[in-house]
Write a protein that binds this ligand. Structure first.
Ligand code: 3HC
Ligand code: NAI
Length: 708
C-alpha cells in the first residue's frame, strides 16, 4: 500500500497498520495510505471487516504538527482528513479502530469515524488541540459530543485533558476494553461485528438532544478563570455548541471557520513554538545523544530545607534511594515532616496510594552525618545561599564522595566554577538549579561549569527526564538564565512603584498580560528575604551612582518577608488572601520623596513594556553571550519556571511577535530616560532588529550551523 500504512489479512479481517514513527502522526501519505488500504479491503470479497491499528508505541497521536507551519492563510488544511473520515464512516464493511498508547487530536477523530472502537487498558484518548492554540479540525467537536455527550465533549475539547481507557469506555467513546493482545482482541471483535449493523457516529444524535445551555456558560466561566486570554478554548466551546444546535454538516462548517481562525492566529504559533521548544531543549550541540551517561543508582542531598526536601522527593518519586543530611535534628525533623505531609496530602487527594507513599518514604534516609555518602552517584547541595558555606560543603563532599560521583549545587546565583575550585574534580561539578516547590515545578536549569564533563552533562540531562523535569542547559553566569533575567524584571517593577504606580497596578497589569502572578506578588510568594540575602552577597558589585530599588530591603529590615510573615508588598491573611498594604504604600511614597523621585500616573502599557522588555533585553544579552543555547530555551525557562503565558510563546517569542525593531526602539527610549547602566540594549537584539530578523530565525540559523 505505502511505506506508512500496510494491509494484511487475518481470519477474514483486513488489518490496516499505520507505521509512521515515533507517534504515527497523520503526516502526508498516512491519510492516503489509510484510504487506499481500506479501499483494497472493501474490494476484497474474502474480507468481512476491517481493523485499523497503530504500529509501534501508539495509535495516531494527531495531525502532524510540523505541517501546520506550512499552511498559508486561505488554504483549507482539513480537506485531506475530513473527506477520508466520511469515507471511513460510509465504508460498507465494519471498521474497528484498535487504540493503544494515545489517540489524540486527529487520531481520536480518525477513531471516531470508525464504526467501533476497542482500546488497550493503559491507553488514553483526547482532543488536546487547545494546548496548541487550535481546536479539533476534522469534526472532533462534532463527533465527540455524539459519543461522549455534550458536557464531556466541551470539557475535553476546551481544556484538552485526555481521558483513560476506562473512562472512555464508560463515556461511550469506545466500545470495549481489550485486556489481552490488542490486535487479537480487535480481530475477534471485528469478526463478531461483521454480522451487526454499521453505526455511523455522525448519525448518532441521541446525546445531543436537549443539551443544557448552562454547560456552555459554565465552561466559558471556567475558561475565564483558568484559560484567561486563550482564544482556542472559547472557540472549542463555540464549536461544540454548534454541534448541539446545527446539523452535522453545518456544525463541521462552523468548526472549520473556528479552526482556521485559531490556526492563523498568533497564539497557535506561540503554543506550537513552545511544544517543539520543550522537546528541543535536551539537545546540546557538543554533547551528542550517543554520549555515554553514568548510571544513577543512589543519590544524596545536603540540606532538608525548602529546596532540599523537594529535591529529595524527586529522587524518591523516581524510585532512586536517597540519603538526606541536615545540620541539626530540629531542621531534619522539620524537613522530613514536610515531606511526609506533602505525600500524605497527595494520598488524601487520591492521587497516590498509601502503599506507594510508604515505599517512597522508605527510599529516604534522613541523617545528620555523611554516612553512606561514599555510595552516592550524585550529591546535590541545597544549604543556605552563601559562597563561604557552599565552599565548605563542597570541600567536605570532595573528601567523602567516591570517584565518579557528581557534585551538584542548587545555588540560585553563585559561581559554579568558584564552588568547583575547592574540589579535586571540577569536571564532576555543576549546578542543578531546581525551582520552588522543587517536587512540583518541572523546570530544572543544568548549569555547566568551565570544566563540567560532557558525560556528566549527558547524565544529568537524562536524569532530569527520569525525575520528570524539563532540563535546560545554562551557562555559569550570575543567576544563570531565569534569575539573571528576573533581576531587571523585578527591578523595573519596583522602580515603577517608586515612580507612582501602585503595587496593585503593577501586579494587575502583568497579570492582565498573562503572567499568572504579578512581579511583586511573586516576590511576596518566594519570600523577600531571598532577594535580600542575594543583594547582600553581591553588594560589592553595585556600581556607585546607579539607581537601585529602595523599598524591598526596608521591608525586610521591618521583618516583612511577604506571604510567610503575612506582610510584604501586600498583606496576606491566614488563607493567603491578598489585600493592599497602606503602610507599604506610605513607605514607598516616603522613600521616593527622600530620593527625589517624582511620583506620577504610570500607564499600564508602560508597566508591561518596562517589565517585559527588561526580560527580553536581558535574555538577548545572555543569549548573545552563549549563556543560553537558544532563544527557545529561554522561553521554556520562563514558561515553566516563571508563569510566563505559553500562549505568548515565552518572552523571546513574544518579542518576535511584537517585532524586534519595535522592541529595540522602546529599549532605547528607556535607556535615554533611565540610563545606559540599566537599559543598555543587547548587541544581539540590535543586530537582529537592524537586519529585520527574529530570535526564531537566529535559532534556526544556529541550528543549521551546529546541527541541533
Ligand atoms: N506531530 C508531529 N510530531 C509529533 C507529534 C505530532 N502530532 N506528536 C509528537 N511528535 C514528535 C515530537 O516532537 C517528538 O519529536 P522529537 O523526538 O524529534 O523531539 C516525538 O514525536 C516524540 O514526542 P514526545 O517526546 O512528546 O513523546 P512522548 O512519548 O513523551 O509523548 C505524545 C507522546 C503524548 C503523543 C506527545 O508527543 C503529544 O502529546 N503529542 C501531541 C499530540 C497532539 O497535540 N495531537 C493533536 C495534534 S493537532 C491535530 O490533531 C489537529 C486535528 O484536529 C486536525
Ligand atoms: P532553606 O533555608 O529552606 O534550607 C537550607 C537548609 O540547609 C536548612 O535547613 C539548613 O539547616 C541546612 N543546612 C545548612 N548548612 C548545612 C550543612 N552544612 N549540612 C546540612 N544541612 C545544612 O533554604 P532553601 O530555600 O532550601 O535554599 C537552599 C538553596 O537553594 C540555596 O542555595 C538557594 O539559593 C537555592 N534555591 C532556593 C529557592 C527557593 O525558592 N527557596 C529556589 C531555587 C534555589
Amino acid at each position: 500500500m505505502s511505506d506508512l500504512v500496510s494491509l494484511t489479512r487475518q481470519d477474514g479481517v483486513a488489518v490496516v497498520t499505520i507505521s509512521n514513527p515515533p507517534v504515527n502522526a497523520l503526516s502526508p501519505g498516512v491519510p492516503e495510505g489509510i484510504r487506499s488500504s481500506i479501499a483494497a479491503a472493501v474490494a476484497d470479497p474474502s474480507v468481512s471487516a476491517i481493523v485499523v491499528i497503530g504500529g509501534g508505541r501508539t495509535f495516531i497521536a494527531g495531525a502532524d504538527i510540523r505541517e501546520f507551519g506550512k499552511i498559508v492563510r486561505g488554504e483549507r488544511p482539513r480537506l485531506t482528513l475530513l473527506p477520508l473520515l466520511l469515507e471511513i464512516e460510509d465504508c460498507p464493511k465494519p471498521v474497528v479502530m484498535a487504540i493503544h498508547g494515545t489517540a489524540f487530536g486527529g487520531g481520536l477523530e480518525v477513531a471516531m469515524a470508525g464504526h467501533y472502537r476497542v482500546i488497550a487498558p493503559d491507553a488514553q484518548v483526547g482532543q488536546p488541540e487547545v494546548k496548541l492554540g487550535i481546536i479539533p479540525g476534522a469534526a472532533g467537536t462534532q463527533r465527540l459530543p455524539r459519543l461522549a455527550g455534550v458536557a464531556k465533549a466541551v470539557e475535553m475539547c476546551a481544556f484538552g485533558d485526555p481521558v483513560s481507557a476506562r473512562e472512555a469506555h464508560q463515556l461511550g467513546i469506545v466500545d470495549a476494553v481489550i485486556e489481552g493482545d490488542l490486535l487479537t482482541g480487535a480481530v475477534a471483535f471485528a469478526r463478531s461485528a461483521a454480522s451487526k449493523p454499521i453505526p455511523k457516529t455522525r448519525e448518532r444524535n441521541e446525546k445531543l438532544q436537549n443539551a443544557d445551555p448552562a454547560i456552555f456558560e459554565q465552561a466559558r466561566r471556567q475558561a475565564a478563570k483558568i484559560r484567561r486570554g486563550q482564544k482556542a478554548t472559547l472557540a472549542a466551546i463555540d464549536a461544540v455548541e454548534a454541534a448541539s444546535k446545527l446539523s452535522f454538516d453545518a456544525g463541521c462548517a462552523r468548526e472549520a471557520e473556528l479552526f482556521n481562525e485559531c490556526l492563523h492566529g498568533v497564539q497557535s504559533r506561540a503554543l506550537i513554538h513552545v511544544f517543539f521548544a520543550e522537546r528541543g531543549v535536551s539537545k546540546i550541540p557538543d554533547v551528542p545523544k550517543e554520549t555515554p551517561a553514568f548510571e544513577i543508582r543512589c543519590a544524596a542531598v545536603v540540606g532538608a530545607g525548602t529546596m532540599g526536601g523537594g529535591i529529595t522527593m524527586n529522587y524518591a518519586n523516581a524510585g532512586i534511594p536517597v540519603i538526606v543530611k541536615e545540620a541539626t535534628q530540629e531542621a531534619l525533623d522539620r524537613g522530613i515532616g514536610i515531606i511526609r505531609k506533602n505525600y500524605a496530602n497527595t494520598v488524601k487527594k487520591g492521587k497516590l496510594s498509601q502503599a506507594a507513599m510508604d515505599q517512597r518514604m522508605a527510599l529516604i534516609t534522613p541523617q545528620l552525618t555523611y554516612d553512606g555518602f561514599d555510595q552516592a552517584d550524585i550529591i546535590t547541595e541545597a544549604v543556605f545561599e552563601g559562597m563561604a558555606l557552599k565552599k565548605q560543603v563542597f570541600a567536605e563532599l570532595d573528601k567523602i564522595a567516591k570517584p565518579g560521583c557528581i557534585l551538584a549545587s542548587n545555588t540560585s546565583y553563585l559561581d559554579i566554577d568558584e564552588i568547583a575550585s575547592v574540589t579535586h574534580r571540577p569536571e564532576f561539578v555543576l549546578g542543578n538549579h531546581y525551582f520552588s516547590p522543587a517536587n512540583v515545578m518541572r523546570l530544572l536549569e543544568i548549569v555547566r561549569g568551565r570544566a563540567t564533563s560532557k558525560q556528566v552533562l549527558a547524565t544529568v540531562m537524562a536524569l532530569g527526564k527520569k525525575l520528570n523535569k524539563i532540563a535546560v542547559l545554562a551557562g555559569n553566569s550570575r543567576g544563570f538564565i531565569g534569575n539573571r533575567m528576573v533581576t531587571p524584571y523585578l527591578r523595573e517593577a519596583q522602580f515603577l512603584v517608586e515612580e507612582g504606580a501602585t503595587v496593585e497596578e503593577v501586579n494587575q497589569a502583568i497579570a492582565d498580560f498573562g503572567v499568572s502572578i504579578g512581579p511583586l506578588a511573586m516576590s511576596d510568594l518566594a519570600g523577600l528575604d531571598i532577594g535580600w540575602r542575594v543583594r547582600k552577597e553581591f553588594k560589592h558589585l553595585e556600581k556607585p551612582g546607579v539607581r537601585v530599588p529602595l523599598v524591598a530591603d526596608r521591608l525586610c529590615e521591618m521583618g516583612r518577608f511577604g506571604q510567610k510573615t503575612g506582610r510584604g508588598w501586600s498583606i496576606y491573611d491566614e488563607n493567603r488572601n491578598q489585600s493592599p498594604d497602606p503602610e507599604t504604600a506610605a513607605l514607598i511614597k516616603q522613600l521616593a520623596a527622600e530620593a527625589g523621585i517624582e511620583q506620577r500616573k504610570v500607564s499600564r502599557e508602560e508597566i508591561v513594556d518596562r517589565c517585559i522588555y527588561a526580560l527580553v533585553n536581558e535574555g538577548a544579552h545572555l543569549l548573545g553571550e552563549g549563556v543560553a543555547l537558544r532563544a527557545a530555551d529561554i522561553d521554556i525557562v520562563y514558561v515553566n519556571g516563571y508563569a510566563f503565558p505559553a500562549w505568548r510563546g515565552g518572552p523571546m517569542f513574544y518579542a518576535d511577535t511584537v517585532g524586534l525593531k519595535n522592541v529595540l526602539a522602546r529599549v532605547e527610549e528607556f535607556r535615554d530616560k533611565h540610563g545606559e547602566d540599566l537599559w543598555s540594549p543587547a548587541p544581539l537584539l540590535r543586530r537582529l532588529a537592524e537586519s529585520g530578523s527574529t530570535f526564531t530565525e537566529y535559532d534556526q540559523q544556529r541550528q543549521a550551523a551546529v546541527g541541533v
